[in-house]
Design a protein around this ligand. Sequence first.
Ligand code: KG4
Ligand code: ZN
Length: 343
Amino acid sequence: MSAKSIYILAIESSCDDTSAAILQNDTVLANVVANQSIHAAYGGVVPELASRAHQQNIVPVVQQALKIAGITKKELNAVAFTRGPGLMGSLLVGTSFAKSLSIALNIPLIAINHMQAHVLAHFIKDDKQAVPEFPFLCLTISGGHTQILRVSDYTEFEILGQTIDDAVGEAFDKSAKLLGLPYPGGPLIDKYAQLGNKKAFTFTEPKTSNELDFSFSGLKTAILYFLQREQKKNPDFIKENLHDICASIQHTIVSILMKRLKLASKQTGIKRIAIAGGVSANSSIRKALKATENTLGFTTYIPKFEYTTDNAAMIGIVGYYKYLKQDFDEENTVATSRLSINE
Ligand code: KG4
Ligand code: ZN
């Protein structure tokens, strides 16, 4: 690579977080995320409200990122943005903004696959953390996806297993909703689980015909029936047992994830294991993965907290690698709500 620094502005707006980041090569100078608290009142993301909030947030978020990075728009070499998968109205805000900026500044436009970005967040330069060597396995766990991938290169992803129904983030959020917790409930289940007994209640783990696939819809139903049964006996059951219920649910989910991940490692012989996506912020999955270093000789890659849930820094790192290959996109590139990891 030449000694010249490449400055990339990255935009992420696929769901309910508006984010802008500035990267200098593979180093993050700024990563600003505006969360949308408005959805909590509705128990989930309301697409129409999300796109409106993105429209309000996008300019201030980009301005703040430039300010933190200490550079001006004129110094930017390219603008990268999430083209999918995600909510169409939300994606359109980031896409239109990125296109306009690329035209106005006459700099290349780089369209990014959000799911690839979650995985490649591991390549953001960080003095404390090593980047994974290829090939490695990545358990990608978010509000929209649950996959075990064999990652052979920056652009080569093979899906070894995936969910056949709900994503694991949905399993956390829907369970939390049953407990009367606000959206997104995943982080709250994590918080309360740390105070409870994970063996207090047991939930049956679902079976799938492909051993590496996941299924979470049955678990949600099991939790619903369990809560209904217990509340009939004691109307205050949830309130009195919240920590134990959260710990037991989390324990079941983490056990489902870890069993398949270990099996994928056994089948492929790959012992370099990464986790990515919003649910990789979960303290129990982090602990369980770390423990495999001693028990199974895995080398594990756990992303920095700020790069787990949706953020633009992860969009920027993919943008940087695409920039090096001069892999640019045209102004007529369109946002797309459905996009597989390899597109
Ligand atoms: O990757 P992400 O920010 O958005 C998607 O692309 O989906 O993931 C969001 C998901 C939500 O379901 C949220 O509840 C979950 O990640 N999540 C967690 C934790 N932090 C975020 N789930 C469990 N434990 C956490 N600590
Ligand atoms: Zn995501």
